[in-house]
Design a protein around this ligand. Sequence first.
Ligand SMILES: NC(=O)c1ccc[n+]([C@@H]2O[C@H](COP(=O)([O-])OP(=O)(O)OC[C@H]3O[C@@H](n4cnc5c(N)ncnc54)[C@H](O)[C@@H]3O)[C@@H](O)[C@H]2O)c1
Length: 296
Amino acid sequence: MKDFTGKVAVITGAAHGFGREIARAHKMRLFLADIEAPALTTVTQELQEQGAEVVMQQTDVTDEQAVTALIDAVMQHYGQIDLVVNSAGIALGNFVWDLPTRDWEWILHADFLSQVYIMKRVIPLMLKQQTPADIINVASVGGLTCGPTLSAYAAAKAASIAMTESVAYDLQAIKADIHLHLFCPAFYQTDLGQSEKRRPAMYTELTDPYYRSPAYKAALKQSQAFLDQGASLETVGPVIFKGLAENTFMITTHQKLAPFIEDRTHRHLTGQQPSLALFNQYLPLMEDELPSDLLD
Ligand SMILES: NC(=O)c1ccc[n+]([C@@H]2O[C@H](COP(=O)([O-])OP(=O)(O)OC[C@H]3O[C@@H](n4cnc5c(N)ncnc54)[C@H](O)[C@@H]3O)[C@@H](O)[C@H]2O)c1
């Protein structure tokens, strides 16, 4: 059993949602990062008041230089990194023929390339440390199912999954004591519906009529409606630390979706087209509460 008590954890996206929940869940020495400085300060102060050792740095993870500066700051402060949780991310959706290219670039940087930037910087440091280390990349069940209006989101998540799995092979090949994990949840009640507030300047172009279009407004509304139906966050910490203790590669939450994921692989192998009817049949299960027996 791995014990993370007192270990140094770097958590991105720590101001809200999964990142904040994971930071709260275990007594670790924390280095928290997020693009939203005020909310990050609140979480940092809350944890410090509870006696935790916590340092924060405002970081836009879509900016590779900012990520490098973050990891440099962690090493300067703690001199060690035992766990990285890449939870910073955003959500957006729409038809590929409506979605501006800058939104594709934003989501691919925020949800996928940010994880690459961190791993490129952190893995050499972890190899040098010669102590066991873990990295959790937060992806989504959306990367395993795909779905209507999800082309950009599912692409970013599928890229995260494929990259993480491939790097896991590389680490095995060099016998590294670094363990990779993917967190692939379905819907949870987080602040993900507020992603627009975290749009970096370089992906902002308010003169584009898309951001006033009914298609854009409908997508925001739909995304919030799904999140509102999601599971509540309190099970996330126990699920993550159970996954780490058991060295689970893919940490999932909504077990009832497994037949849909199996069906997708079967469809691929037998050349069938995706079935919208089947997707709609499974959609309510993405909102289902996490069964408590998963934590036993
Ligand atoms: N909530 C869900 O239902 C759900 C389901 C599957 C996957 N996910 C994934 O989980 C991850 C975390 O999302 P969440 O649901 O906790 O949402 P959230 O909005 O509550 O948390 C995401 C955090 O990332 C931060 N962030 C956004 N862009 C950033 C940037 N450029 N640099 C640094 N920080 C940035 C936000 O400020 C926020 O604090 C995301 O990748 C999301 O796609 C969420």
